[in-house]
Ligand binder design. Structure first.
Ligand code: GLY
Ligand code: MN
Ligand code: MN
Length: 434
């Protein structure tokens, strides 16, 4: 993304806001991991989407038609000593010159300046409830203005949820965003290929995680988009398994759900493959079923289809297949109506994907599933999980957990699978691992 991308987004938002309004948008706070050690800092996605500004302790303010400049950035001032210890800062000049702010002020002065910017505006665009501390600050500015009404100050009459407007924008990806997402998907695909090629019985899940991270980072991704799941055998039946500390057994499957973040965009891939490189009969039967569901769901990603169409396609395939394998009994339509598949497939078939792995955007408009449009990006990730000890299920199926997840963009005439770089056909996987 470059300066023009960010400025185009601010302009679009300000067009929607109209005059008489102000938007206030703080970035994420730094967080402590233990004692005086912080987690790696990641700006808030909404904030970054509009500013491209990577530092903590910053607040963006947009005031359409403000004569002295519409885009105001509050940020840290330069400070040679702090910068020696903790790293470079853009400072106020940098905020203007490198990040395109019309005006920049020290974050320490925000309480003095912000009430003045709010004064006389009818509407305040602000996302309430995400950062309670900042909510309090915003109320404080409002009260500062209220105390001045007798000297003629006018307080805003309306608070509007900024996230609604912004998330509708973020849902449709631009060409530049799609390019970043494609790169993220390609890097992650290579990481999964690396994991498949290096996997051997007796290795640990953690060693495989190291292979993934190595591949992410050497291609320029600083962080995974979420905590990687490397789940051998029955661990795959724990949907958010994160210990990644067991040894990998000959004869087990390995489920890996991992994706890198590249230029602030996420990828999200799951592949499941045999630790020893050869599927057993039961593993293959369930794997081929999940794969068929994955293909059937992807086929439904098409403009004007609804959000739920891929899920319904996956549910149909999986229910039919489970009956065929003797894992469910009854008539398929009735089983679907009763949600019988949920014993083995307990999550949905996907989610929006973007700057956040579970990205923003409404799934329904009113009580209708949303229609798919070009530029939307989503995951397709059906799965089947049979935990050890599952009642009324033959022992031979126990401990098999399978998910196959791809990242898909809606195009003008259908879809693009951005994660095609990692195989999912059993024969291709076995060939790669041989
Ligand atoms: N990795 C999280 C998910 O697949 O939704
Ligand atoms: Mn995933
Ligand atoms: Mn996912």
């Amino acid at each position: 993304m470059n300066l023009t991308d960010f400025s185009r987004r601010r302009r679009r938002l300000m067009q929607t806001m109209g005059s008489g309004s102000i938007a206030i948008l703080p970035t994420a706070q730094e967080r402590i991991r233990n004692r005086d050690v912080e987690y790696s800092y990641r700006p808030d996605s909404d904030f970054y989407y509009l500013t491209g500004f990577p530092e903590p302790e910053a607040v963006a303010v947009l005031v359409p038609h403000r004569k002295q400049g519409e885009y105001i950035l509050f940020c840290r001032e330069r400070d040679p000593e702090m910068e020696t210890w903790h790293g470079r800062r853009a400072g106020l000049d940098g905020a203007r010159e490198a990040f395109g702010a019309d005006d920049a002020f020290p974050i320490a002065d925000i309480d003095e300046i912000l009430p003045g910017l709010m004064e006389g505006k009818e509407r305040v665009y602000y996302t309430m409830g995400v950062n309670p501390e900042f909510d309090g600050q915003v109320m404080g500015w409002l009260n500062t203005l209220r105390r001045k009404v007798r000297s003629g100050a006018q307080t805003p009459g309306e608070f509007v949820a900024l996230d609604h407007v912004l998330h509708d924008m973020r849902l449709i990806k631009s060409r530049a965003e799609l390019a970043a997402m494609r790169t993220a998907a390609e890097i992650s695909a290579q990481a999964h290929v690396r994991a498949m090629s290096s996997c051997q019985p007796g290795m640990s899940e953690l060693q495989i995680e190291a292979e993934l991270l190595h591949e992410f980072m050497r291609h320029g991704s600083h962080y995974p988009a979420y905590s990687s799941i490397v789940a051998g055998g029955a661990n795959a039946c724990i949907l958010h398994y994160r210990e990644n500390s067991d040894l990998l057994n000959d004869g087990d499957l390995l489920l890996i759900d991992a994706g890198c973040e590249f230029d602030y965009y996420a990828s999200d891939i799951t592949r499941t493959f045999p630790v020893n490189g050869r599927f057993s009969a039961e593993q293959r039967a369930l794997y081929e079923l999940v794969l068929e569901a994955n293909y059937a769901a992807i086929e439904q990603v098409h403009p004007n289809n609804h959000w739920n169409d891929p899920h319904e396609a996956a549910v149909k395939v999986i229910t039919r297949g489970l009956v065929k394998l003797g894992l469910l009994e009854g008539r398929v339509p009735k089983l679907i109506k009763d949600n019988a598949y949920r014993q083995f497939f307990m999550h949905r078939t996907g989610h929006w994907l973007g700057m956040d792995v579970h990205d923003v955007g409404d799934y329904k408009i009113g009580d209708q599933w949303r229609q798919l449009e070009p530029g939307m990006t989503l995951t397709i990730e059906p799965g089947i999980y049979i935990a050890p000890g599952t009642k009324a299920v033959a022992r031979k199926w126990w401990g098999i957990g399978i998910r196959i997840e791809d990242d898909v963009a809606v195009t003008r005439d259908g879809h693009e699978v951005m994660t095609h770089g990692v195989p999912k056909e059993p024969a291709e996987i076995e060939a790669l691992m041989a």
